[in-house]
Design a binder for this molecule. Sequence first.
Ligand code: HEM
Length: 512
Amino acid sequence: MPHETLTRESVASHNSADDLWIIIDHKVYDLSDFVDAHPGGSVVLEQVAGTDATTAFYNLHRHEVLQKFSDFCIGVLEGEKPEVVDPQPGDLSVVPYAEPLWLRPQFKNPYFKDSHRRLQKAMREFVDKYVKPEAREKEQDGTYVSQELIDRMAETNILAMRMGPGKHLHGRQLLGGVVQGEEFDYFHDLVVSQEMCRTGARGFNDGNMSGMVISLSAVHQWLNDKALMKQVSDDVLSGKKKISLAITEAFAGSDVAGIRTTAEKTPDGKHYIINGTKKWITNGMFSDYFVTGCRTKKGFSVILVPRSDAVETKPIKTSYSSAAATTFIEFNNAKVPVSHLLGEEDKGFTVIMSNFNHERWMMCCATIRTMRTVTEECFKWANQRLVFGKRLIEEPVIRQKIAKMISHCEADQAWLESITYQMNNLSYAQQSKALGGPIGLLKSFVTRSAHEIADEAVNIFGGRGLTQTGMGSIAEQFHRTYKFDAILGGAEEVLADLGVRQALKGFPKAML
Ligand code: HEM
């Protein structure tokens, strides 16, 4: 932190490679010991030694670089005050359109109440303090979410909240009591999803227990052995055990009917013997349980398979970080008691389908929020980047691009909130019947928006949009990874088709 009051004259005399001070935003930085370590080289620093380098700095660096190297700051200038906004953990962004409408102070919203706002604030602080730093690190080195972070999410009941509203939240203190488990609704769920994904680390986000989110819900609802259900739920929500959903195979992705993993009953009828492979299983590398789709005698069934010597897991390299723990699994005569069956034998489609609405809706929450972060990055960059002697935003073509990006974010968020309202007010049975189509259409539209936004973002950032570190890193990552949202949880075209096919079921018989 600044501890001296200095003058521009005194700074000017520190202008050599050995004794190098610069001014950034009315503060003085002593870079003498950093010159040789500077990733942009020593020459550029020597060129600005002793001067005000604010414009040069912000033309090339994210503000967080300055926060990271704040120890170099030795003082402030006499009679001057810093002007650049210095965001702190938990802060809302002040950049226009960087927050959804309900979080902007000048607007009203019919859906969000005080408890949603309290939860949003607490979640943002938690994510900024504990999730973001780890996420950025793991995204780079490809290692898995730490047990320390999992324990923290378990203690605060974030793990339990991520499963959405339900009995599993009753009686729990959520993030120190900002919301009661009994009042937790789908708008709280939306808040948790949209805050969790603000890490700028797409692979890590999936690595951070997303396997649990899409599989434990099926265990809660469908595992017939209630004592086993409670034990698995307690173990997972307390962070002791990990779980993932193992449906897709090399043989079958969205076409669940084509899967080849088999579950055959032993002659005494007490066990299933499971054989086959699974591909693209998120979190599989560190999972203790696999909610596994299998072919049984007359159809498709879902069975909870614990890790054992008969279950082998290998990492799959994908275009996002290995931190997601994307896995190839082989079941080689894995023996599981029949009490591990979810729902009825041969009627596993009901189990899987009932899970899909929430999973797809959650993916929409995260994609829309990430699109907004990318739009914010572009808006900030266009506003500060100088080209041909003026700011990028002064070019009408750039403003057109930003307008398009903002419009996608606002439209998609409004549609999402409207669907969330339906989820809050329809019974589970009504939701299953009526919302599959609309959520499918929403997800397929959202990932088309993501496609547009990724495309524009890279063009706005230019070479930086192709570079994994520095100013354009968020845009680069989004462009590299947005397709995960278009494929995972149901491919874009399949979901669009589902939306229309479901609508056709309600089509009037009369010719119109
Ligand atoms: C407190 C002062 C500074 C710190 C802590 C700092 C730190 C960094 C860091 C960490 C990077 C790597 C890129 C990134 O991750 O964003 C970088 C790149 C760079 N820096 Fe600095 N820097 C400082 C001041 C300056 C100044 C004043 C200039 C120019 C006059 C400059 C020119 C550059 C250049 C040209 C690059 C390469 C940018 C690119 O590849 O796009 N730096 N700096």
